[in-house]
Design a protein. Structure first.
Length: 209
């Protein structure tokens, strides 16, 4: 019964982290719409820095939350990758304690949650890839079958803009959200895919065309 309670607690914490993935834009004290680079050279540099920051997310390892984060990056590891965090908060659900650290740069936020000083959940939000073409239409979305792999999705439609990863009881859970590279009816359209152990278990879309 205690293990089930802990799993439910973890699920509640992970859901809170997932809410960030749906955010297509974040505020940033270091960069605002009124302070964008004006020359093409500065824009290119800014885009390069933003992409580099997004890719640093992939270097962070998450450990199994039910095994005290075993295998996850330490806070020191993550600071070596991302630098000093912009904010720190603590959460406790039914005795399960988690510390959340957030890094925000170039309009993109990376949040990493730690338990027993090891990373157990990581989320990136506010990032949008610059894609050369639109591939993910409503018809394509409907053709993606339950049980298909995450790697197949990425190979076909590119890296997701928003991403959350965690491991619970040895099972890797991934939620990927696409805001770019989609055919949209209206602004704010997106497609979301949830995987467990590299198999698609659910998907949702908003205003795809």
């Amino acid at each position: 019964m205690k293990k089930r309670t802990n799993v439910l607690s973890v699920a509640a914490i992970c859901l809170a982290a997932l809410s960030l993935v749906g955010c297509s834009k974040n505020s940033n004290s270091n960069e605002s719409d009124n302070n964008k680079p004006k020359s093409s050279q500065k824009v290119k540099k800014s885009n390069t820095q933003k992409t580099s920051f997004r890719k640093s997310f992939d270097k962070i390892q998450v450990g199994d939350v039910m095994q005290q984060g075993n295998g996850g990056s330490t806070l020191k590891d993550v600071k070596n990758i991302l630098g000093q965090p912009n904010s720190i908060s603590a959460t406790e659900v039914k005795g399960f304690k988690v510390k959340s650290y957030s890094w925000t740069k170039y309009g993109t936020t990376i949040m990493v949650q730690f338990s027993h000083k090891k990373a157990i959940t990581k989320t990136v939000s506010g990032f949008k890839w610059s894609r050369n073409s639109t591939k993910l239409t409503l018809k394509a979305f409907n053709s993606i079958k339950t049980g298909s792999s995450y790697s197949t999705l990425v190979n076909t439609y590119g890296e997701p803009d928003g991403l959350n990863e965690n491991v619970v009881l040895g099972k890797k859970n991934v939620t990927a959200v696409y805001f770019t590279g989609i055919k949209a009816k209206t602004a704010g359209a997106n497609a979301s895919f949830t995987f467990a152990d590299d198999k698609l278990v659910s998907k949702t879309e908003t205003n795809l065309k």
